[in-house]
Design a protein around this ligand. Structure first.
Ligand SMILES: NCc1[nH]cc(CCC(=O)O)c1CC(=O)O
Length: 334
């Protein structure tokens, strides 16, 4: 495919007449690493790619060390989307779990690439797993979802808010300021630091955030050639199905992406009535009630019904007492 004369682009045209695709990224090492996955895949198709760093409100607030309570995770996304709409970049690469469930007019989610292991991970002192940490141990996590689920394990751990990038968070354990931190395993994996995890948390105990470990590649809706290139190069249909179901739970609860809501969908092989192997979608979810208790629900169904299965699970959770519009928490890191 050629991207020459693509509509809606203000990209450079080089001597070859080929277009330069500008990919926007947040400044953090993790964001740049994730963006490089997309940039490399596009370059392999022969495309010319330029990475543009966009400083987001979230990065600035973190850098300034000011409180981010109530700001919501969406701040990490807004600056990238504004740059996209303004034509300063052509693609935005997001951590999918940080995207608000509502879409943006003029933008399309063109590709959902292969997903990293979506589970949460513990990085604790002395190689310990959660069950080995003595009561009173201090664990850093800014995520209401992690606080609710780890608290419910009844281990007597003290959960404290923590901010900053992956390196900063792990550093607090290394320096002895905290006994442990809980992070997305995906972030550690992408940074080549998964070996520092002392436990990968079992989703039976701690369900990850909807879409954790997945990326979202967004472009302008009128840039059809680029949307097509992103789709054919990077899109993973099974991941998209799983993430659609997980995010439908969040949307069905009316919750923001940093709410105390966990969801994990997997496309699994099953046998139909005639003994044929068929793909099915398996979805588990957890949400907090107003008094901080947890309600859980699970379902399986057709992969084509991902959205509906997620919505139905949200309704079940609400009927069981899940807090609608689950309170936004104490910052990002959901
Ligand atoms: N909310 C911050 C955020 N957004 C995406 C990731 C990690 C990568 C991912 O989950 O895809 C993280 C850090 C974390 O939760 O530890």
């Amino acid at each position: 495919m050629t991207l020459t004369d693509a509509p809606g682009t203000t990209g450079d045209t080089g001597a070859t007449g080929a277009r330069t695709i500008r990919i926007g990224t947040r400044a953090s090492l993790l964001a740049r690493t994730q963006t490089d996955i997309v940039a490399s895949a596009l370059r392999e198709t022969g495309a010319t790619v330029e990475v543009v760093t966009i400083s987001t409100e979230g990065d600035r607030t973190q850098a300034a060390g000011t409180p981010i309570a109530g700001s919501g995770v969406g701040v990490f996304v807004t600056a990238l989307r504004e740059a996209l709409l303004a034509g300063e970049i052509d693609v935005a690469v997001h951590s999918y779990k940080d995207l608000p469930t509502a879409g943006v007019p003029g933008l399309v989610l063109a590709a959902v690439p292969a997903r990293e292991d979506p589970r949460d991970a513990l990085v604790a002192r002395d190689g310990m797993v959660l069950g080995e940490l003595p009561p009173g141990s201090v664990i850093g996590t800014g995520s209401p979802r992690r606080v609710a689920q780890i608290g419910a394990l009844g281990l007597g751990l003290e959960l404290v808010p923590i901010r900053g990038n992956v390196d900063t968070r792990i550093g607090k354990v290394t320096r002895g300021e905290l006994d442990g931190v809980v992070l997305a395993r995906a972030g550690l994996a992408r940074l080549g630091r998964v070996g520092e995890a002392t436990e990968v948390l079992d989703p039976v105990q701690v369900l990850p955030a909807p879409a954790q470990g997945a990326l979202a590649c967004e472009c302008r809706a009128d840039d059809a050639p680029l949307a097509e290139l992103l789709r054919t190069t990077l899109h993973d249909g099974s991941v998209a199905v799983a993430v659609t179901a997980e995010r439908a739970v969040l949307a069905g609860l009316g919750s923001p992406c940093d709410a105390p809501v966990g969801a994990l969908a997997e496309v699994v092989e099953d046998l139909d009535d005639d003994g044929h192997v068929v793909e099915r979608l398996s979805l588990r979810a957890v949400a907090a009630t107003a008094d901080g208790a947890l309600v859980r629900a699970s379902a399986t169904g057709e992969t084509d019904d991902a959205e509906r299965i997620g919505q139905a699970l949200a309704e079940e959770l609400l009927a069981d007492g899940a807090e609608p519009k689950g309170a936004t928490g104490i910052g990002p890191g959901a």
